[in-house]
Design a protein around this ligand. Structure first.
Ligand code: AMP
Ligand code: ZN
Length: 136
């Protein structure tokens, strides 16, 4: 896609602090890191989100996400790693080129997970589970 920022990084048209590159994938530092060392892992070819990623690319990027997570954790001496993928604007996806966030975490870094809700009654989870099961 011509106006895609990650395609432009892949093609060398926009600079980035790359930490990994092979024929099909690359990883680079997020320009606005949650913590220092926050990296993005992405295919070189343009796929918008997880729904359109071919299975083979998804399998291979999963292996790479593991490898990059270990390198980031060691490289910045982190205590943990969050792996996040935003899909669609409603989920916070800003760049429509599929990517995984590798976020190093530090003990007492002051970040919190999303707040959890409670179901309104004990029947509701089973109803929702049925709807999801019916959607495969
Ligand atoms: P998402 O909300 O999952 O689409 O995340 C997109 C991420 O890309 C954000 O965390 C941005 O800070 C990051 N980002 C956008 N443009 C660049 C860029 N040119 N170089 C590095 N990171 C970028
Ligand atoms: Zn792209």
């Amino acid at each position: 896609m011509n106006d895609c920022v990650f395609c432009k990084i892949a093609q060398g048209e926009i600079p980035a602090d790359k930490i990994y590159e092979d024929d099909n994938f690359f990883a680079f530092l997020d320009i606005n890191p949650v913590n220092y060392g926050h990296a993005l892992v992405t295919p070189k070819n343009h796929y918008e989100n997880i729904y359109s990623l071919p299975d083979e690319i998804l399998c291979n990027i999963g292996l790479l996400v593991k490898k990059i997570s270990i390198a980031v954790k060691q490289g910045v001496n982190a205590n943990g790693i969050n792996i996040i993928m935003n899909n669609d604007g409603a989920a916070g996806q800003i760049v429509p080129h599929a990517h995984f966030h590798i976020i190093p975490r530090f003990a007492n870094d002051g970040l919190w997970h999303w707040p959890g809700k409670s179901y309104p009654n004990k029947e509701e989870p089973a109803k929702i589970a049925e709807k999801i099961k019916g959607s495969f």
